[in-house]
Design a protein around this ligand. Structure first.
Ligand code: GLN
Length: 456
């Protein structure tokens, strides 16, 4: 299997999905596993499962850069808990995957190492920020991959690439060893071609962790088991009839809801009046958290340091950071610093926290009455490369359906639904209440069975 994937990776270099391939090491591991199997020795639950990881997840002794120049040449000093758990079950990690710099973006165009191409149409983006992770699964360059999802970075590229992308409950998977973007939103997520694979990986990496106090102590149930019942599903009218949603996709969702009803589920309209506030609240809060998190990259402790000599300390920081960070990251640090500044704190940061509270309450009210909320993942299919690159606001607004689950900390998944007449796939997003991944995966599986969608 490792040889197969190495061959596949070699054939698709132009997609730019991998930043580094751990060729030798993966082969050595695979041989060792083969020997253990031949000798009848026990092997882990993920023996032979070939996995790629996003370049924001630490793997001891391997480079990690968050696709940023500021961390060029930096090597992980320890492994993320998720990585440790994969390795403990004998998974083979085949390489690290391209992404938007510090996971900020929706197209993978913000990587310091160049864009990733959508394997289905090379003139289009794969989505972001976990674009490399999505394409690696889409183009069959590994079996499953890890990404991170702060505002949709797993679900949105899964949607654009025609595969499955899961963002678990905030705290379900330890964030230890995940480079922080916005700590109260960040969560490691999983890409796969089917629900069983995603469930198996979640089973392995979920659970409490002494290294991350925000990793929940909530028991990890059996995620392999599927529950079959008639599901009570809500759709958000405000999402389905949003003017930003592609007309053809809207019709696709309406007929899909009818199919669910015909299959015995109930699909009911629910009101969610806050939809137009979620993107502003998300971008105020995440940039605030990012401006604080990214202050550690100062040219002293990590990565890039300005070559200019004899600078005052403040100038040294400024130069190192100006040279090391890309445009979008700088924009967000500036924005975050602004919303946290004394004169504007209440008007922006406090206000956004209040919006977050309203969103959490409203969403949990709906989720106490229904098994799940179902809605689009993204308002359109994959953008053309460059299409939104000069218009950050338009880019941010396309996150309207994904940021909700991060604001509320609830689990959400995107599963492929069908093809648009433009040839690109699009998916449907399912959201359930906190720590109900077992139901979420069952409903997602039900949707995939119903539609018999084979991932791209
Ligand atoms: N597109 C969103 C952003 O740019 C999502 C990023 C993420 O989930 N890491 O912030």
């Amino acid at each position: 299997m490792v040889r197969y994937y190495l061959y596949q990776i070699e054939q698709t270099k132009h997609l730019n999905a991998f930043l580094e391939v751990f060729e030798e090491e993966a082969l050595v591991k695979a041989h060792a596993l083969d020997t253990r199997i031949k000798n009848g020795e026990p092997v882990g639950a993920l023996a032979g499962v070939v996995i790629g990881i996003k370049d924001v997840i630490c793997y001891k002794g391997h480079k990690v850069s968050a696709a940023s120049r500021i961390l060029e040449g930096f090597t992980s000093l320890y492994s993320a808990t998720a990585v440790e758990r994969l390795l403990a079950e004998d998974a083979v990690i085949i390489g690290n995957l391209n992404c938007d710099e510090f996971a900020m973006g929706s197209t993978n165009e913000n990587s310091a190492y160049g864009p990733v191409l959508n394997a289905l149409d090379n003139s289009r983006v794969p989505g972001g920020s976990s674009g490399g992770s999505a394409v690696a699964v889409q183009a069959d360059l590994c079996m499953v991959s890890l990404g991170s999802d702060t505002g949709g970075s797993v679900r949105q590229p899964a949607d654009f690439c025609g595969i499955v992308g899961l963002k678990p409950t905030y705290g379900r998977i330890s964030r230890y060893g995940l480079i922080a973007y916005a700590s109260s939103f960040d969560q490691i997520g999983i890409f796969g071609r089917n629900i069983a694979d995603v469930a198996r990986v979640l089973q392995t990496i979920a659970g409490p962790d002494g290294y991350d106090s925000t990793a929940s102590k909530e028991e990890v149930p059996d995620y392999q088991e599927r529950h079959n019942k008639s599901w009570k599903i809500a759709y958000l009218k405000d999402a389905l009839f949003h003017p930003g949603l592609d007309e053809e996709m809207k019709e696709g969702y309406v007929s899909f809801f009818e199919e669910l009803e015909a299959a015995g589920d109930s699909v009911t309209a629910a009101d969610f009046a806050y939809l137009d506030y979620v993107v502003p609240a998300y971008y105020v809060l995440t940039t605030a958290e990012a401006s604080s998190n990214l202050s550690r990259f100062d040219g002293v402790k990590y990565g890039h340091r300005t070559p200019l000599k004899n600078l005052e300390l403040a100038d040294f920081y400024k130069k190192s950071r100006s040279e090391g960070f890309g445009k979008e990251v700088k924009r967000r640090i500036l924005l975050g610093t602004f919303v946290l500044s004394a004169g504007y704190y209440d008007a922006y940061f406090t206000k956004a926290q209040q919006v977050r509270r309203l969103v959490v309450d409203k969403l949990s009210e709906i989720l106490s009455q229904y098994d799940a909320i179902i809605m689009p993942t993204v308002p359109s299919t994959a953008f053309k490369i460059g299409e939104k690159a000069d218009d950050p606001i338009a880019m941010y607004l396309a996150d309207i359906y994904t940021v909700l689950a991060n604001l509320a900390g609830v689990p959400a998944i995107s599963v492929p639904l069908q093809r648009h007449s433009n040839g690109m796939p699009y998916g449907v997003q399912i959201i359930t209440k906190q720590f109900s991944e077992a139901n979420l995966l069952s409903i997602a599986d039900h949707v995939m069975q119903l539609r018999k969608v084979t991932p791209v």
